[in-house]
Unconditional design. Structure first.
Ligand code: SF4
Length: 98
């Protein structure tokens, strides 16, 4: 029987460990990803770090339920929907003026 386990570490790697950030295009450590979005994690943190440690559990424990949901579940609407929303608002505003 093997003692090998596939369990991920519950803690992030040390700050010396870095990965290539797909958004910035250079090496980065988890400390940055953890606070990238005005003090809350980057919305891609789960995707970028899941193979290195149990980032889901780590951030779920660290963040409030609302912040976790805001960052990783309600990632915001796609830009095209935001743009359509802005156009509709502008039309409604113009309609009220005339
Ligand atoms: S979590 Fe965000 S900031 Fe960090 S490496 Fe991934 S894309 Fe870059």
């Amino acid at each position: 029987m093997s003692d090998k386990t596939d369990a991920l570490s519950p803690k992030p790697p040390s700050e010396k460990f870095s990965i290539r950030c797909p958004r910035l295009g250079h090496q980065i450590n988890f400390k940055y990803c953890e606070i990238e979005n005005s003090g809350i994690p980057c919305f891609k943190a789960l995707d970028c770090w899941y193979t290195y440690f149990d980032v889901h559990k780590f951030l779920e424990d660290k963040l409030s339920k609302e912040d976790f949901k805001k960052v990783f579940i309600d990632k915001g609407q796609p830009k095209v929907l935001s743009l359509l929303d802005l156009i509709e608002k502008a039309k409604a505003k113009k309609g009220r003026k005339s």
